[in-house]
Ligand binder design. Structure first.
Ligand code: FAD
Length: 345
């Protein structure tokens, strides 16, 4: 390879997203194979600790742009910094996070290069990185090569192993100066609000998801008089309570199908699928979800899929390692109790 491999470290207030270390580990493997250096790019207000961590996770050199004006992510200045640093790189990896995707696209435009998004496997062929990514809602996998330099790729979260930090690893930290007006973006941050807490879907090892079936328990009678729609939503909340209880005992996150989101059972932030989040946890439990192709597009790369459904013909069972034919109102509490006893939660 005619240059180093650079990896953008996405973080929130100095806490790296796990996908950043996964991308760095993938970069380390390819850099070793190609006999080249691995660089990390870190921008923010206080990033010295993060820079040390990047070395422990495998970087040879860490470019840090540190300034109060970079406290909040803004696409233009971050992409402009990245573009200015990776001109000599043979390949640049970004985690496929919302910010990573945004900067990758802008950097590719700035450097007049191609970008391959949502990569799930990588290998070297001479000086080219051959990337694999799912297409057609996960029905096929395509192999893609970027013909221009630097080769820019975004790596899917949880598709690559993270690697272990080595506290004795040595590397250099190279501070980059940020001009006072260099951090001006076209948008400015007005503040942050909690989105509901809990484990984030993207980082979760375990996801328990509920679909339209969560509202299907005619035996549940609401305490007050409610119309039909209110009753449906109230029942859905009882169903999601069971989904949430299991997720909590397992230390996982709560997911949902689009049918459940569209019906108003749960906010969009929980939606998994083609038009929601793409996840790849170690364990995905789908309760009351039929297994439509658009839902599968967001979770079929999960390591183990467990389906709970009343209908033995539900398509989800074709993709599940374990299937339980039954009512989620019976199965979920039984699983929660069993795991609670075993895990002591
Ligand atoms: P259903 O298909 O209605 O299935 C409900 C299941 O629950 C059934 O299998 C039933 O047997 C079971 N059930 C019912 N009651 C119980 C019970 N008490 N216990 C156990 N099982 C029970 N969908 C997504 O999920 N994510 C997306 O991102 C997405 N994007 C889309 C994009 C486009 C362009 C389009 C056209 C569609 C998209 N969809 C998406 C919608 C998708 O096609 C399906 O409509 C949706 O996934 C169905 O959700 P569901 O499985 O919860 O509901």
């Amino acid at each position: 390879m005619n240059g180093p491999i650079a990896v953008y470290i996405d973080h929130f207030k100095g806490q790296a997203l796990a996908a950043s270390w996964e991308a760095l580990a993938a970069g380390r493997r390819l850099a070793d194979e190609a006999g080249t250096r691995l660089q990390a790019l870190i921008f923010g207000a206080k990033v010295s600790e993060l820079a040390e961590q990047a070395i422990q996770y495998g970087a040879d050199e860490v470019y840090t742009a540190e300034s109060d004006s970079l406290r909040d992510y803004s696409p233009e200045p971050f992409a402009s910094l990245a573009g200015g640093l990776v001109g000599e790189a043979a390949a640049v990896f970004f985690p496929t996070t919302t910010r990573g995707r945004e900067i990758a696209a802008m950097t590719a435009i700035d450097l007049n290069s191609g970008v391959i998004t949502d990569v799930t496997a990588l290998q070297l062929d001479g000086d080219r990185v051959v990337a694999e990514k799912p297409v057609y809602a996960g029905k096929a996998v395509v192999r893609v090569v970027c013909r221009t330099d630097p080769q820019i790729l975004t790596l899917r979260s949880r598709a690559f192993p993270k690697g272990e930090p080595d506290p004795n690893r040595q590397g250099s930290i190279l501070p980059v100066s940020v001009s006072p007006d260099g951090a001006d973006g076209l948008s400015s941050h007005q503040g942050y609000a909690e989105s509901g807490g809990g484990v984030s879907l993207a980082d979760a090892n375990i996801i328990v998801s509920g679909g339209r079936g969560v509202a299907n328990n005619p035996n549940l009678v609401p305490p007050d008089s409610m119309d039909e729609k209110e009753t449906e939503i109230w029942r859905a909340h009882q169903g999601y309570k069971l989904v949430g209880d299991l997720a909590e005992v397992l230390g996982g996150a709560v997911g949902a199908s689009r049918a459940a989101v569209d019906a108003g059972y749960i906010p969009y932030a929980h939606q998994v699928g083609q038009t929601g989040k793409v996840v790849s946890p170690d364990l995905y439990i789908a309760a009351g979800i039929s297994g439509a192709i658009q839902h599968l597009a967001g979770m079929r790369t999960s390591k183990v899929i467990v389906a709970i459904n009343k209908d033995p013909e539900a398509p989800i069972f074709k993709y599940a390692r374990f299937g339980v034919v039954g009512d989620l109102y019976d199965i979920l509490p039984a699983l929660t109790d069993a795991f609670r006893q075993r895990l002591g939660g």
